[in-house]
Design a protein around this ligand. Sequence first.
Ligand code: BGC
Length: 407
Amino acid sequence: MLAPPHSQGADKGTLEVFSWWTSGGEAAALDALFNAYQKRNPGVEIINAAVAGGAGSAARPVLQARLAGGKPPDTWQTHPGWELLGQYVEPGYCEAITELYKRAGWDRVFPKELVASLLTKDREIYAVLAGIHRGNVLWYNTKLLEKNGIKVGDQMTFNMLFAFCDKLKAAGISALGVGDSGIWASAQLFENTLLGVIGPEGWTDLFNGTTQWDDPMVKEAMKLFAKMQDYVNPDHSALSWDQAIKALIQGKVAFCSMGDWAYGEFVKAKMKAKEDFGWLSSPYTDGSFIVIADGFTLAKGAAHKEAALAWLKTVGSKEAQEAFNPLKGSIPARTDVDRSKFDAYQQWSMDSFAEDKLVASCVHGEAAPAAFQQALNDAVANFVVDRNVDNFAKALVKAAKESRSRK
Ligand code: BGC
């Protein structure tokens, strides 16, 4: 039986884990972590405090309220970068886990650069990564494309994509599947389009303030994003991200630009890679990898600290990473895993991670403060309705300025 979510006390037999992993693929992957934990810690009861809503759109506000109210879950899902360091570490909600890294020998198995730049503040480390998603992926339904005489190669340009979209539109098919009942999913399509236009160096300049959000290149990306709206499924705002992936699985839409948690849905639906669905980098983003990593924290004042430390130890273990990631679609954050345990998509992603330019996602809270992330979501929500490039750019210039002055 599940214990009530806020039960306090020194009960070592309980662990509360907070996340937003509730879609079919996400829940299956989370279960794999729970199983790995329970194997190592038999008898500990896990309270799954997951709050539904892709990208944590509903979970993060619930979490904030609990943190502010002094009722933290023992451990919670977080993106590294600004989200972890700005929202949780800075206000003092997290306990450092640097010791655990040392004891477990993790300094040798996790990418040093990533740990140093996105998980560390004042020499202390604050989270362990369960996996690393690639954000800039364009998925497609192979059979639907074949039926419509469309053959996709290894790379995609915007022109090719729009030519395919026209063909599909003429056949009465919504080419681009979007499920933006959580607006972040449209923001993600924009983020992927933006990277395709400005490239990884442009990305760095944009997020460090060297380039402004009304730069002609950024506006070019906005125009392309506006054009894409002509091919989006009309019920997009009623669907969640995973319902849009389901529409792709069912052959109702042809393409989805979505992070590779989508892969977890294909696995769950027993879709065959290549035969039933395929993937490639979203247009013009070959050579770049938008990092969207998932980590877990240790709450300061955790009600079940020992259990939480054991959880983090499990999350960072090789067995757990090898069990979790094939179901989740991410690649293990550990670099010493057995590649043969992963199939074609994830091997592709592992190669990309090893060779490509890594950039941090804004839509998933890594590249910019929460206020800017929110401003981007709001601006995207307006833009998909009015498609006004100047207003879009202006809103982001203003938000960037405000977030710089708050730093
Ligand atoms: C998380 C993924 C999750 C996705 C959709 C992202 O922010 O990093 O783990 O599957 O949102 O919910």
